[in-house]
Write a protein that binds this ligand. Structure first.
Ligand SMILES: Nc1nc(=O)c2c([nH]1)NC[C@@H]1CN(c3ccc(C(=O)N[C@@H](CCC(=O)O)C(=O)O)cc3)CN21
Ligand SMILES: O=c1ccn([C@H]2C[C@H](O)[C@@H](COP(=O)(O)O)O2)c(=O)[nH]1
Length: 318
């Protein structure tokens, strides 16, 4: 039994007390530190937060979506996962085909204008329904462009062919586990200027010693209250899946951050979370019959003994 989230709680506290107040792209305002590292020993348990409820189902469906090489939110919506809705919606309302009410700056207005929020929610509901029921519309407006799934599984080469970085790294772990070149990168400088949201988890590297597989992530920008708890659980799950396929035990998840920030409108939530006493971390269960990362489905992945405090709601900066 162990409490794995302590490094997260320490970093959150450190940013809160010693961070710099800094403006940001979303115009929300943040408190931020540059350069931080958290380490989680996955052999001791699964580092999902217990000081608030983290919806693990959403993390599973998002990771399966990345691993399928999918970049269309349709798959997420089919799994009742709405965490990427705003970014597809942004493309839709900026397209010439959109003729609904003015949605300029919806992310900010939704927080301060209750009347607008109703109109926005109705528009978003219509958008989601069209993505689910109209294939043509989903093709055009459900696609987020070259986000993670595309860069991980079909990075486009100059000659028009593709690189499957996940398959390559799995093969390297199996054949040359001592390699210092086992890297997957999502940061494609050619795509960044055209991207709605340039990748936050930019690159990760695997490492094998004593039959244990570890991974280190470099995340250029971390929303400590909403995004980072997802990222910790997601990369920990990815490490378990790849360890299963390569026949290794799990080692550490090392999480390195560039701009680690708390949005100003999350301060109360952060205080509430830090006042909660953590429980022992749960264990991850993977269906023992599944060996290949591509064979895993939602029901093959479960948490055992996930005791957590309440959900703490917070607005997402768009
Ligand atoms: N500002 C910002 N923060 C992020 O974490 C983030 C982005 N933008 N843009 C892209 C993705 C989307 N991600 C998100 C988006 C929303 C939630 C979120 O609202 N989580 C809620 C639960 C939501 C639900 O149940 O539907 C939570 O309580 O964790 C989490 C991650 C992570 N990323
Ligand atoms: O997986 C993710 C994705 C996004 N975020 C956060 C980090 C920032 O708060 C925003 C992205 O804004 P930028 O201006 O592009 O940095 O999303 C995250 O924490 N985790």
């Amino acid at each position: 039994m162990a409490i794995l989230e302590q490094p997260y709680l320490d970093l959150l506290n450190k940013i809160m007390t010693t961070g710099h107040d800094k403006s940001d792209r979303t115009k929300t305002g943040t408190r931020s530190l540059f350069g931080a590292q958290m380490r989680f020993n996955l052999a001791e348990g699964f580092p999902i937060l217990t000081t608030k409820r983290v919806p693990f189902g959403l993390i599973k469906s998002e990771l399966l979506w990345f691993l399928r090489g999918d970049t269309n939110i349709k798959f997420l919506l089919e799994h009742n996962n709405h965490i990427w809705d705003e970014w597809a919606f942004k493309n839709w309302i900026q397209s010439p085909a959109y003729e609904g009410p003015d949605m300029t700056d919806f992310g900010l207005r939704v927080q301060s204008e209750p009347e607008f929020k109703k109109i926005y929610q109705a528009e978003m509901k219509k958008f989601d329904e069209r993505i689910l029921n109209d294939d043509d519309f989903a093709q055009k407006y459900g696609n987020l462009g070259n986000v993670y799934g595309a860069q991980w599984r079909h990075w486009e080469k100059r000659d028009g062919s593709f690189i499957d970085q996940i398959q390559n790294v799995v093969d390297q772990i199996k054949t040359t586990p001592d390699s210092r070149r086992m890297i997957v990168t999502a940061w494609n400088p050619e795509d960044v200027p055209n991207s709605a949201l340039p990748p936050c988890h930019v690159m990760f590297q695997f490492y094998v010693v004593d039959n244990k597989l570890s991974v280190q992530l470099y995340q250029r920008s971390g929303d400590m209250f909403l995004g980072v708890p997802f990222n910790i659980a997601s990369y920990s799950l990815l490490l378990h899946l790849i360890a299963r396929e390569t026949g290794l035990e799990v080692g550490e998840f090392v999480h390195t951050l560039g701009d680690a920030h708390i949005y100003d409108n999350h301060f109360d939530q952060v205080k509430e979370l830090l006042a909660n006493k953590p429980y022992d971390s749960p264990q991850l269960w993977l269906n023992p019959d599944k060996k290949n990362i591509m064979d895993f489905e939602m029901e093959d992945i479960k948490l055992i003994g996930y005791h957590h405090h309440q959900t703490i709601k917070a607005p997402v900066a768009v």
